[in-house]
Every structure is written in structure tokens, then in C-alpha cells.
Design a protein around this ligand. Structure first.
Ligand code: TYM
Length: 333
């Protein structure tokens, strides 16, 4: 098993990132036979206008957030991908393999570029190719991500297959998305359950951030949109109630239970009773992570040493595959 995944260092970590990806990275550290590469996708962050000083701060803050969540640099290689030039180098080669038509189907580009597609950066359009390079460089077999990244990882599979076909050898492993079960794979906005919880949502009330204090978490859950019905005793009965479904799913994910088990405990309760229980569960899960984050984020020397050591290991791991790719295409003498 080679486990590879990344996160953009924009803003702070939210509950969707944590449940959809980061806590699953942490769980996968228990796999003794696996190697693991987790990175801050800072090259992705510049596909849109980004303030350079803020980006640098965000890389530190996100590194602290990952460490606080349990990513362990002794068991996982943790680095910023701009420190490993092989990502950008392989990206160029893969960009000559991937087809315009494949990229034009990417729903995230359509959503992020909006109506003004002609004004979007070339990097925003082609960044799924960089994402393919990110995982292929380490011959990833498993890419733990939330549901929203599935399409990009499937594209990476197509790119790996097309590269192998072009050079006539099985140089790259086709990576597979590794998506969690239940609501953790797709945590929805607290204000509108038809949208995913996201750092780009203008309303901070739509998401729980790792840096939110206990009172803020309680207020956000109290104000989360719901309906007046009590909770049912079967999951099917939540099909037409997306807000209720989202909160039950969050409760299940933060307490490590199935959604059915949550309903077994809370069936018949209205949200006046369920929401405080959910807020308590969130505070119990998030407060210790937040406290560790606060302690770590000021210690830049420590964060630098973690990122420097990770980058050195990642450069070493990536180099043989990068060289093989150059040679297979007829480059390098
Ligand atoms: P990013 O930074 O948007 O999100 C990081 C991880 O969090 C997951 N996630 C969610 N999961 C469940 N519910 C949500 N509401 C939610 N919001 C975010 C994402 O699925 C992701 O797993 N392009 C990637 C970063 C990246 C990457 C890679 C990922 C760059 N290279 C290579 C995997 C492999 C991104 O923007 O994720």
C-alpha cells in the first residue's frame, strides 16, 4: 500500500476536511506495511490570486493543524509540494499526455471558474494534471479523499494508463480514490445542505473550523438549518431531509458510530434535544485538537524542521520515478 494525499493550505481546516480526509489519513497510519506521503498543496493554492504572506502563514497553520489532528511525521512523510520540484516536472510530462476534453469535464473547474471561464488561469484549468503528478510520483495505490476529489483521482488513473500505453511499459501504478463511508465522505454546509461544507463559502456559519472556540461551535450547531420533525428510526426516512441527514452523519462520524446507531439512540427526539448533544460531541472531539493546534502554530522552528525533513524524504522517494518518466519519453541523454 502506498498512501498519498494532499490538502490546499487555504484558510483553516474545517470539519469537512477533517472527517473526509485528515482523520482517515491518521487512521491509515496504523497500516504497518504501508508507506505514506501527505502534503500541503501550496502549488495548487496559487491557481487563484493569493496574497504571498498569507499563503506562507497558511502553510504553517495547516502544517500545525495536520500535526494537531494526529498526522505523525515519524510514520508519514509530511511536506509542502513546492519543496519537491519533481511534482512540477512530472506535471509537464503528464500535461502532454492528458487531453483537453478530459480536463473540460472536471466539475470543480466548472464550479470554480464560474461564468467567467475565459478569465480563469491556465493553472486552474490544468491543476488536475498536477494532482495526478502528486500521486503518481509516489506510485500511490490508495488516495484517501472526500467524495468531491473522486473525479480528479479517476482522471489520474486515466492519465497513468495513457502514459503507460504511450511508452509501452507499466511505469505508473494507477491510483485509486479511497473514500470513507457515510456522511464523512461529504459533509454538507450547515446553512444549505445542497452544498458541501467548504472554505470558500462566504458564510462562516456554514462550517465548523478547527479554530472555532466551544461557544462558536455551539452557536453554529444551534443555528444550523433543520426541519421541525423529530428524528426517525430508519435512515431511509431521512432521504427527503438533507439537513437532518447531514447532522446525523456528522454525529456518527465524530463519535465513531454508524448513522443507524445514532438514530437508534436519538429517534423521536426533535432538534431542540439533538443539537445540544451534537454540539457536545463536536466540542469533545475538536477541543483537544484545537488546543494542540494553538500550542504548535507558534513554533515555526519546529514546523520548519518537520517540513524540511519531510521534503528531503519526498525528494528522494520521487526521484527514481521522475527519471524513469523522462527516459521513457525519450528525454535525457
Ligand atoms: P481540499 O484542500 O479542497 O480538501 C482537502 C481534503 O478534504 C476533503 N474535503 C471534504 N470531505 C468531505 N466533506 C467535505 N465537505 C469536504 N471538503 C473537503 C477533500 O475531498 C480532500 O480530500 N485538490 C485537492 C488537494 C490535492 C490532492 C492532491 C488531494 C492536491 N493534490 C493529490 C489528493 C491527492 C483539494 O483541493 O483538496
Amino acid at each position: 500500500m502506498r498512501i498519498v494525499s494532499g490538502i490546499q493550505p487555504t484558510g483553516s481546516l474545517h470539519l469537512g476536511n477533517l472527517l473526509g480526509a485528515i482523520l482517515r489519513w491518521v487512521e491509515m497510519q496504523e497500516e504497518a506495511e504501508a508507506s505514506r506521503f501527505f502534503f500541503l498543496a501550496d502549488l495548487h493554492a496559487i491557481t487563484v490570486d493569493t496574497d504571498p504572506a498569507a499563503l506562507r502563514d497558511n502553510v504553517y497553520d495547516m502544517t500545525a493543524a495536520l500535526l494537531a489532528s494526529g498526522v505523525d511525521p515519524d510514520r508519514s512523510v509530511l511536506f509542502a509540494h513546492s519543496d519537491v520540484p519533481a511534482h512540477a516536472e512530472l506535471q509537464w510530462m503528464l500535461g502532454c499526455i492528458a487531453r483537453m476534453g478530459w480536463l473540460s469535464r472536471m466539475t470543480q473547474f466548472k464550479a470554480k471558474s464560474g461564468k467567467n471561464r475565459e478569465k480563469a488561469s491556465v493553472g486552474l484549468y490544468s491543476y488536475p494534471v498536477l494532482q495526478a503528478a502528486d500521486v503518481m510520483l509516489y506510485q500511490a495505490t490508495h488516495v484517501p479523499v472526500g467524495e468531491d476529489q473522486k473525479q480528479h483521482i479517476e482522471l489520474a488513473r486515466d492519465i497513468a494508463d495513457a502514459f503507460n500505453h504511450r511508452v509501452g511499459e507499466e511505469l505508473f501504478t494507477a491510483p485509486a480514490p479511497y473514500i470513507g463511508t457515510g456522511r464523512a465522505a461529504r459533509v454538507m454546509s450547515l446553512r444549505d445542505a445542497s452544498n458541501k461544507m467548504s472554505k470558500s463559502d462566504p458564510s462562516d456559519m456554514s462550517r465548523i473550523n478547527l479554530i472555532d472556540d466551544d461557544d462558536t461551535i455551539r452557536t453554529k450547531i444551534k443555528k444550523a438549518r433543520t426541519d421541525p420533525e423529530p428524528l426517525p428510526d430508519t435512515l431511509d426516512a431521512l432521504d427527503e431531509r438533507p439537513e437532518a441527514r447531514n447532522l446525523v452523519g456528522i454525529m456518527a462520524a465524530v463519535t465513531g458510530r454508524s448513522e443507524d446507531a445514532v438514530l437508534a439512540d436519538h429517534a423521536g427526539q426533535g432538534f431542540g434535544a439533538f443539537k445540544p448533544a451534537l454540539a457536545d460531541a463536536l466540542v469533545a472531539r475538536l477541543a483537544p485538537i484545537r488546543d494542540r493546534l494553538e500550542a504548535l502554530r507558534g513554533d515555526r522552528a519546529h514546523l520548519d524542521s518537520v517540513l524540511d525533513a519531510g521534503a528531503a524524504k519526498a525528494r528522494e522517494a520521487a526521484q527514481p520515478t521522475l527519471e524513469k518518466a523522462y527516459r521513457a519519453l525519450g528525454l535525457r541523454r
